[in-house]
Design a protein. Structure first.
Length: 245
């Protein structure tokens, strides 16, 4: 069974670069901005409610800001795909990625000295990325967090090693047993890679932020810029990266 992604932006190399950058950004804001997350809005929401129930409204506010910014980022990314914006923007995904790169590069150049505004900006562009890149190899995924990807990896691993190898396929399935094994193996491979690279990004991001806090934002900028280069339509020489057997 052969699968060829319709768009470079749906390929595994691009997804790996995006998820690695997301891990570095979460580690950066957690270390540099008092345990606030750039992407993990569940963590921010829970901490917000805990601080509010404790009556510590000043700290609660620090977690509210990225939540609001993330919501606006989702709205902006969705709007870019709608009329009339789609008339002027042929590739909303590449445009969203370029916006994220420019913001992070600007923040790295001027220095992160603007407090909650920096976290809000990072959450905003992270939401744009997460809303714009949602497919990999025909499967849905999230490019900014890891909980759903970890769940999919474990499900795929079980299907590959156990359930897809059962002698008879379910009656409502048109797949033959060999096809189901191949699909489950690819499914597990995709999500296992995403989980591993998010973990690597978070770990490396934490180390870099502790060691070089002023320069650490360049790490996600490099990753995202590489992902954008892979997504460009003229990148013919690297098209083999998007062919998956």
């Amino acid at each position: 069974m052969t699968y060829r992604p319709a768009n470079p932006q749906d390929s595994l190399p691009v997804a790996i670069l995006l998820i690695f950058a997301a891990g570095t950004l979460d580690a950066y804001t957690f270390v540099a901005h008092h345990a606030v997350f750039a992407n993990a809005m569940t963590g921010n929401l829970v901490t917000l409610l805990v601080r509010a129930m404790e009556g510590d409204y000043t700290k609660a506010y620090s977690y509210l800001v990225p939540l609001i910014a993330y919501a606006f980022g989702v709205a902006a990314a969705h709007a870019l795909r709608q009329w009339p914006f789609r008339r002027w923007i042929p590739s909303p995904s590449r445009t969203s990625l370029a916006i994220e790169i420019l913001f992070l590069a600007g923040l790295a150049i001027i220095g992160d000295h603007i407090g909650d505004a920096a976290v809000a900006g990072i959450a905003f562009v992270a939401a744009i990325q997460g809303t714009s890149f949602t497919r990999i190899g025909g499967f849905a995924f999230t490019s900014v967090s890891t909980s759903a990807n970890l769940r999919h990896f474990l499900e795929g691993l079980l299907d590959w090693t156990v359930f897809s190898r059962l002698r008879h396929a379910p009656r409502d399935s048109g797949d033959t047993p060999p096809d189901r094994v191949v699909r489950a193996r690819r499914f597990a491979g995709y999500y296992g890679s995403l989980f591993a690279f998010f973990v690597a990004g978070a770990g490396i991001g934490a180390l870099v932020t502790h060691a070089w806090p002023e320069q650490s934002l360049w790490l996600p900028v490099v990753c995202l810029s590489t992902a954008l280069a892979l997504c460009l339509p003229w990148n013919v020489r690297l098209q083999h990266l998007f062919r998956e057997e």
